[in-house]
Design a protein around this ligand. Sequence first.
Ligand SMILES: C[S@@+](CC[C@H](N)C(=O)[O-])C[C@H]1O[C@@H](n2cnc3c(N)ncnc32)[C@H](O)[C@@H]1O
Length: 242
Amino acid sequence: MTNHIPTQDGSNTLFSKKYNQHFHDIKTGAILESMTKHVIPAFKYHTNKAHLNILDICFGIGYNTFSTIYFIMKNNLKITLNIYSPELDGELIDSLHDFDFPSEFNEIKHIIQCISKEKKYKDDFFDIEVKICDARQYIKTLHNIDVVYQDAFSSDVNNELWTYEYFKDIYNVCNDDAIITTYSVATPVRLSMYKAGFEIYEIKPVKKKQTLGFKNKQNIEAKYIDMELKQQRNKEAKAIHD
Ligand SMILES: C[S@@+](CC[C@H](N)C(=O)[O-])C[C@H]1O[C@@H](n2cnc3c(N)ncnc32)[C@H](O)[C@@H]1O
């Protein structure tokens, strides 16, 4: 693959011509972004579960799924996983066997190769499904989700994965103690999540702020965002709709 784009932390990403966007924030770094925005917040929250069902929206180059496995192996966590990940671009998945991933993923090369070829992987600990389909249809088939990595392109180009109706479907397939992690801090996105039933929190793991969503109020190291107050103060603010 010739179109690798190096990011700040040395790991590579891609640029999507269709969405006119990089797959990762190149100033943060692909693996750093994946770890700090998704994997670490999710595992800091879910410390006691022996099994997690993770919805990875959407698979792309696979950093969020691969970083999750790397994190579990590195920290010797005794946990099993189901990862469910929709992705529209089947050719991208086919091409991943050739992608120059960071050395952190050296030990899971067999998993990367298998996913690229079979669109799935299974061993005693990890059961991963990459489904080539529209995420909007796919999420309706799921249940008992513990973690949602909400990592679509931004709402101006990937609207269907940030709407109130989308988050309502996500809410319906999530367990009561589920966590949503996303890089987006846009008020319309937060309103879509809030109106769908999620309480909104903010953290700043590295340089940039980000959003966490939960079905209930939390006592965690994060700033609670009062969305009712936000709406009172900014009458123009609106959720995104289909
Ligand atoms: C920002 S990238 C995901 C990055 C990914 N988490 C990674 O680590 O590489 C967004 C991905 O969503 C996919 N996508 C966009 N809209 C989709 C949809 N409606 N259903 C499924 N996949 C979609 C795109 O093809 C793209 O691969």
